[in-house]
Design a protein around this ligand. Structure first.
Ligand code: HEC
Length: 153
């Protein structure tokens, strides 16, 4: 066998070995927990933060509007990490943050209905009735309560 041929054989065997070892190593990489799971569904209603008598049916309706219309920007938990979020300036509001939680229902209802000029936040009056905007706002408030009652890990 020529020198060149045996070099080639050794090289190929080495390459195969390297690939096998790399694949074996991959099998042992532990799964990383993700900060924001790439959920396509809005966070489920959390019964721990509901007051007695809360209208769960309304909240669930609000959640389904949110999942269809708001989630791509504001994200599954409302913190503003939806999959479109990085494409816009300013970024979608963190609906669970102190700023939004501190605003009146009237103001947020108006923002949802009319939009916010100069941002990607359009108004939803043409898509959602007054009642439906109220339900989606209930859900937004719910997300805020979930976040604000979350205890530090
Ligand atoms: C295309 C992206 C996009 C979509 C879709 C979207 N938003 Fe927004 N939203 C924004 C941006 C951007 C802002 C403005 C952020 C700022 O002013 O800093 C905003 C702001 C808001 C605010 C005001 C927050 C505050 O503190 O004043 C509310 C409430 C809100 N959005 C709710 C919703 C709801 C409810 C939906 C679905 C019906 C929705 N958004 C859909 C991008 C979006």
């Amino acid at each position: 066998m020529s020198d060149a041929a045996s070099t080639t054989i050794i090289f190929c065997a080495g390459l195969v070995l390297a690939v096998v070892l790399a694949l074996a190593a991959l099998a042992f990489v532990p799964e990383q927990p993700m900060a924001e799971p790439p959920m396509k569904v809005a966070q489920p209603v959390n019964f721990d933060v509901l007051n007695r008598g809360a209208n769960i049916a309304d909240l669930e309706r609000g959640r389904s509007y949110y999942a269809q219309l708001c989630l791509p920007c504001h994200g599954a938990s409302g913190r503003g990490y939806g999959e479109w979020a990085y494409r816009m300036t300013p970024r979608p509001a963190d609906l669970t943050g102190e700023r939004t939680r501190g605003r009146s229902d009237e103001r947020l209802h108006a923002a949802i209905g009319e939009g916010i000029p100069g941002t990607a936040m359009r108004g939803w009056k043409d898509r959602l009735s007054d009642l439906q905007r109220g339900q989606v706002l209930d859900y937004v408030r719910h997300l805020g309560r979930v976040e604000s009652t979350r205890t530090a890990p």
